[in-house]
Write a protein that binds this ligand. Structure first.
Ligand SMILES: Cc1cc2nc3c(=O)[nH]c(=O)nc-3n(C[C@H](O)[C@H](O)[C@H](O)COP(=O)(O)OP(=O)(O)OC[C@H]3O[C@@H](n4cnc5c(N)ncnc54)[C@H](O)[C@@H]3O)c2cc1C
Length: 478
């Protein structure tokens, strides 16, 4: 285990930390502020480690602040509930982990929105998460431009620091050999500990923050808080039978997966009716409730080599390819992010007749002609994710059933970002753009697809128990 002051940690932080403004550090500041935005955990959190080290170096206490606003894209009960329930767990664990943690809930758009600014005015520096999606990079850049002190963003999403890949990678095959070479070194475990100086009570009380007493809220109180927020109440929380927010639940799921399906991952992940066949960790990974490095270490410790390799290919190569795409390509939500061959083929096929046309509302309400597609949409609405095999078909079919490629992309982004608990993630845009040919190569020319890899929903009926899958989600809808 490397200590926080080891050369290993220093070299990781040198790669992961980025200074976002030219304002100097304020040595007279009262504390170091860690503004927790995308990495909702105390463990294996590189931004928090950086903040702890700065706090020790400056001999100032550390304050961990998390806030939740109603202004993020598609703000809804589902996403709010997942964040709030995890925040409750963090608040309950904070004292024993040695952190001064607070949570502020801005319920309405016109409520106080300058909490972080006021904290920054008293801080030596602000450390926050580096994350390219969910509006976080934009929000952080706006904040850094007006902050009265130094702002540093630190990336914790990737196992292998994203800075190793300064340019956009174009396919899994270009990234895989490079990233796998760096994997062992990046997986070395490092110490997690609190800052040396505790935050004095008087200082804590003097902060001008309307804290939510989140540690004391029961489920009903959280539901009441959510009801008071100015967000979309038509997207309900995901029932606990499908996913429970929080690190404890994430670790339990990781253990169950390592003891169960991991040993037969390659085969079991191909069956959408096998709900335990893959890890189903994507919501936890998206919100940073668990780190990808912890997942990779546990998988390596548990499984037979061939299946672990396949799992790490998804968890590391594909996941970090998506991160690289979103960090290096500012147009990752637009067709313009796609390679030239895709644009040429879309131009040639843009007027091909489509077998069906659906509006966004028809897709959203699972009202297409195809029962399998509708079942996939129902799975998304019920559970907040879709099985990977079906997710590919789900995405590809929207291309076939929308008049313009551009609208197909827009529809998929809304459907996924609004309903998926793992949505608004780099892997969201990597996965959706893959349906349009990103990271792929040209195939044989076909109507509508052009040379984009086709995928037929009709074939799925022969490959796996599609009828069983449809039944499963029809029952949920009734
Ligand atoms: C149209 C479309 C949309 C998608 N949207 C999302 C999304 O919003 N959020 C999301 O996390 N993934 C998305 N994916 C990728 C993939 O479908 C999910 O990551 C996976 O199904 C999650 O299930 P799991 O946790 O059981 O994965 P496992 O098979 O257990 O894999 C472990 C982890 O590796 C990562 N991973 C697995 N497959 C991929 C992949 N192909 N690309 C990138 N990372 C991967 C995920 O973090 C996942 O949790 C999308 C794929 C497609 C085709």
């Amino acid at each position: 285990m490397h200590s926080l002051t080891s050369p290993f940690v220093a070299s990781q932080l040198a790669l992961r930390a980025e200074r976002l403004n030219d304002v100097r550090l304020q040595p007279e500041g009262e504390f170091v502020l860690y503004w927790m935005q995308s990495t909702h955990r105390f463990e294996d959190n590189w931004a928090l480690r950086f903040a702890v080290l700065e706090s020790d170096r400056l001999n100032r206490p550390l304050l961990v602040h998390q806030g939740l606003d109603p202004t993020y894209e598609h703000a809804n009960d589902r996403i709010h509930a997942f964040i709030l329930e995890n925040a409750r767990e963090l608040a309950r664990r904070a004292a024993s982990a040695g952190f001064a943690y607070q949570f502020a809930l801005r319920r309405r758009r016109d409520d106080d929105r300058r909490v972080v600014d006021r904290l920054a005015a008293r801080a030596c520096l602000v450390v926050t998460d580096r994350f390219p999606t969910a509006g976080i990079a934009e929000r952080t850049a706006r904040f850094a431009a007006r902050a009265p002190c130094r702002v540093v963003a630190v990336e914790s999403h990737a196992i292998v620091p994203a800075a190793h890949f300064a340019k956009e990678e174009y396919a899994a095959r270009t990234l895989r050999p490079k990233i796998m070479k760096l994997l062992d070194a990046s997986l070395e475990p490092a110490e997690d500990r609190a800052a040396r100086r505790a935050l004095p009570d008087a200082l804590w009380r003097s902060l001008d923050v309307d804290r939510l007493p989140i540690a004391t809220l029961d489920d009903a109180a959280i539901t009441r808080e959510i009801a008071r927020c100015e967000i979309d109440h038509a997207v309900p929380p995901v029932p606990r039978e499908f996913v429970t927010s929080g690190r404890d639940a994430a670790l339990a799921r990781l253990r169950a997966f390592c003891d169960g399906a991991l040993g037969d991952y390659e085969r079991r992940r191909a069956d959408p009716t096998d709900r335990a066949g893959s890890s189903r960790l994507s919501p936890y990974l998206h919100f940073g409730q668990i780190s990808a490095a912890e997942v990779a270490r546990a998988a390596r410790d548990a499984g037979p080599a061939a299946n672990v390799e396949k799992f790490l290919d998804e968890l590391v190569t594909w996941r970090e390819l998506a991160l690289n795409f979103c960090l290096r390509n500012p147009r990752h939500r637009q067709l313009r992010a796609l390679p030239d061959w895709v644009h040429r083929t879309m131009e040639a096929h843009k007027d091909d007749p489509r077998e069906a046309h659906y509006s966004l509302a028809e897709f959203e309400e699972a009202r297409t002609h195809d029962p399998l597609w509708n079942a996939a949409q129902r799975e998304l609405r019920a559970t907040g994710t879709i099985h990977n095999v079906v997710r590919m078909l789900w995405g590809k079919s929207v291309i076939l059933w929308t008049k313009r490629y551009k609208h197909a992309l827009e529809h998929l982004i809304v459907l996924n970002d609004k309903w998926a608990l793992d949505g608004r993630d780099p892997s969201s845009y990597g996965g959706i753009q893959w349906c349009f040919g990103k990271f792929d190569r040209p195939w044989f020319d076909k109507p509508v697809w052009g040379v984009i890899r086709p995928m037929s929903i009709a074939r799925a009926y022969d490959k796996w128990d599609a009828a069983g899958y449809i039944r499963q989600w029809e029952e949920r809808a009734s």
